[in-house]
Design a protein around this ligand. Structure first.
Ligand SMILES: Nc1ncnc2c1ncn2[C@@H]1O[C@H](COP(=O)(O)OP(=O)(O)O)[C@@H](O)[C@H]1O
Ligand SMILES: [Mg+2]
Length: 369
């Protein structure tokens, strides 16, 4: 998988920009010069939305639209266009095209596959369960179309069940009418939970050894899925039955709150380092290393599922690592296209520096050095 070229128009700090990429790429620039914005644009053509904000915030201030065009080379050559027009309709209009054909944004997932590390994500990951769920959802959707479909179905049923709960509270619907929604929710929910748990066990096979590459401490890193149903349930049917039971037990509370309080939309993921929850006890450095290890693990998992190396987008990943760990990290990039950013070329491993195309960004203008 390769990104050949990116063209931007009115995207964040970029009026216009055009960059060609090689196999290894380094983007160097001081803070606030536009490094993260550039990687964000590439990421968006891979996932169909940003990890950090909504489209209206991404339009160059004072302009009415942005346009991202990304030339990708994978098993089927692709041109991806991502256009957002701010003043069309109530929420603006987003248009996504692949090879000139309009597609829903969700169709981008699994086409051009990338893995993106940015320090901005560290705080989000350890602060918000919703972000951790989203991370799982995105990772699974990149490699499993069936998962994306189940997720869409689940969300629809969830909305309908929640509407029904509100109607029951208002006295315009009967409690017995919930049964049909409970059954469907449990059905799609069980699929989602099963796939998430199996992903987590794949992650754990490699997470710790990847952590060793980038962390100084010797503690063991393990991640665990915390589902709303019992973890000791083995088959999908058992998960389904247990989920139904939990929904029934939660029914009174659900009617009062007008929301479904159990299910994969409320599940969580925890990471333990040396047996302690890293969210609560981890240092900034440990959080950073854990996320880098997680990203390296994702690369391996995606590669084995889709049979191609995803593109690695690494935003300012080297600054806090010593020489040995920088070298370890660069070794794990072997065989895949890598785009890294840095504030200082001295932070980059020598081997990578020798192999890479180097770009300098200043004031959202880019030039080869
Ligand atoms: N919609 C926007 N229009 C114009 N500038 C923006 C917009 N959104 C963010 N910026 C600017 O982008 C700059 C940050 O760019 P960023 O890529 O995060 O820098 P860094 O090189 O530090 O990663 C900030 O100066 C910010 O003001
Ligand atoms: Mg940045």
């Amino acid at each position: 998988m390769r990104v050949k070229k990116i063209k931007l128009q009115n995207f964040r700090s970029y009026k216009t920009l055009e960059v060609d990429f090689g196999e290894k790429n380094i983007i160097v620039g001081e803070n606030t010069q536009g490094k993260t914005n550039l990687l964000e644009a590439i990421y968006m053509t891979s996932v169909g939305k940003s990890f950090r904000s909504k489209e209206p915030d991404m339009v160059f201030w004072g302009e009415d639209h942005f346009r991202i065009e990304c030339g990708v080379e994978n098993s089927h050559q692709q041109k991806i266009e991502y256009i957002y027009e701010k003043n069309v309709g109530l929420k603006g209009r987003k248009t996504v095209k692949v090879n000139g054909v309009k597609k829903p944004a969700s169709a981008l997932l699994g086409g051009f596959v990338s893995v993106f590390f940015t320090p901005d994500e560290i705080d989000m990951y350890f602060s918000f369960p919703a972000h951790r769920r989203r991370h799982l959802n995105v990772l699974l959707s990149k490699s499993d179309k069936e998962y994306s479909r189940e997720l869409v179905k689940y969300s629809r049923v969830l909305e309908q069940r929640n509407a029904q709960l509100k109607n029951i509270a208002k006295g315009i619907a009967k409690e017995s009418e919930l049964e049909i929604w409970d059954g469907r929710l449990a059905e799609h929910g069980a699929e989602i939970i099963e796939k998430r748990m199996s992903l987590i066990s794949k992650i754990n096979k490699k997470l710790n050894s990847n952590y060793r590459k980038v962390a100084k401490d010797e503690k063991e890193l393990v991640t665990t899925y915390v589902p709303s149903v019992s973890t000791d349930k083995k088959t999908k049917d058992e998960v389904w039955a247990d989920f139904l039971e939990k929904l029934l037990a939660s029914r009174k509370r659900d009617i009062v709150t007008g929301a479904t309080n159990v299910g994969p939309h409320r599940d969580d993921v925890v990471m333990n380092l040396g047996g302690r929850d890293i969210t609560t006890f981890g240092s900034r450095g440990e959080h950073r290393s854990a996320i880098v290890a997680l990203k390296l693990t994702e690369v391996g998992i995606l590669k084995s599922i889709i049979g191609e190396s995803p593109v690695l987008l690494m935003d300012d990943v080297f600054s806090e690592l010593d020489e040995k760990r920088r070298e370890n990290l660069v070794k794990s990039f072997e065989g895949q296209q890598t785009i890294v950013t840095t504030t200082d070329l001295d932070h980059i491993d020598k081997d990578l520096r020798n192999d890479a195309v180097i770009y300098k960004i200043e004031n959202s203008k880019i030039r080869k050095v």
